[in-house]
Design a protein around this ligand. Structure first.
Ligand code: SAH
Length: 213
């Protein structure tokens, strides 16, 4: 089957999995996942499963990405912080929906590779930082201090305080929390200055590494 047809089939799988946000489904319809996986995994690009990328990391499972992005209730005017650029696939999905994406990745080889792929795809609304995601966006430019939406693609042992501090009023964060074998997706919202935490579905992500620098 052609990649294009496989992509449409994946969108049907996401719908069956409970995804209904039209912006999220449209993003999955547009972004070629085969461009973000390693050459040797291209033929498996549309399986609804995580796949290995470089540096012993993984490109997340499509349904899990779709669940996280649906929780964010994305809007075209949103400024989004993404922690864990990885392959850049989720970054591309986000950048097609919202105004700007700031994406942080700890491992430089992964960030640089994703930057290349995303530039080749023509995106002009993505900013990159190579560094520790526990600190959120600590970059002079663009000088954002807070974000409408935050999505973390690796599991944190505890909820990073600095990320909560960078969540704007009315903002939503989706973050996997827990250790290797026992993780849940948490949805955090800031309403009237206060943070509300909700535990959602069980999940399995690579760990959000504590940078020792
Ligand atoms: N959404 C990405 C997920 C990649 S896996 C994709 O689908 O490709 C998670 C990523 O988080 C990995 O690339 C890993 O290197 C990165 N990561 C782990 N700990 C981190 C940290 N403390 N700061 C920033 N990125 C981190």
């Amino acid at each position: 089957m052609r990649f294009e047809d496989q992509r449409l089939k994946l969108v049907e799988t996401l719908k069956t999995g409970g995804i209904s946000d039209p912006l999220v489904l449209e993003a999955f319809r547009r972004v070629p996942r085969e461009d973000y996986v390693l050459q040797e995994y291209r033929e498996y690009a549309y399986r609804n499963q995580p796949l290995p990328i470089l540096e012993a990391q993984t490109i997340s499972q499509p349904l899990m990405i779709a669940i996280m992005l649906s929780h964010l209730k994305l809007e075209p005017t949103d400024i989004v912080l993404e922690i864990g650029t990885g392959s850049g696939y989720q970054t591309a999905l986000l950048a097609g929906i919202v105004q700007e994406v700031c994406s942080v990745e700890l491992i430089d080889t992964l960030s640089l590779r994703a930057q290349k792929t995303l530039k080749r795809a023509g995106f002009k609304n993505i900013w990159f930082r190579i560094g520790d995601g526990w600190q959120g966006w600590k970059q002079a430019y663009p000088p954002y201090k807070e974000f409408n939406k935050i999505v973390v693609s690796a599991a944190a042992e505890e909820i990073p305080e600095e990320l909560c501090a960078q969540l704007a009023e009315g903002g939503i964060m989706a973050i996997p929390v827990g250790k290797n074998t026992s993780q849940s997706l948490f949805i955090i919202q800031r309403e009237n200055g206060e943070l509300k935490y909700r535990e959602d579905t069980p999940c399995a992500f690579v760990p959000l590494v504590k940078d020792k620098k």
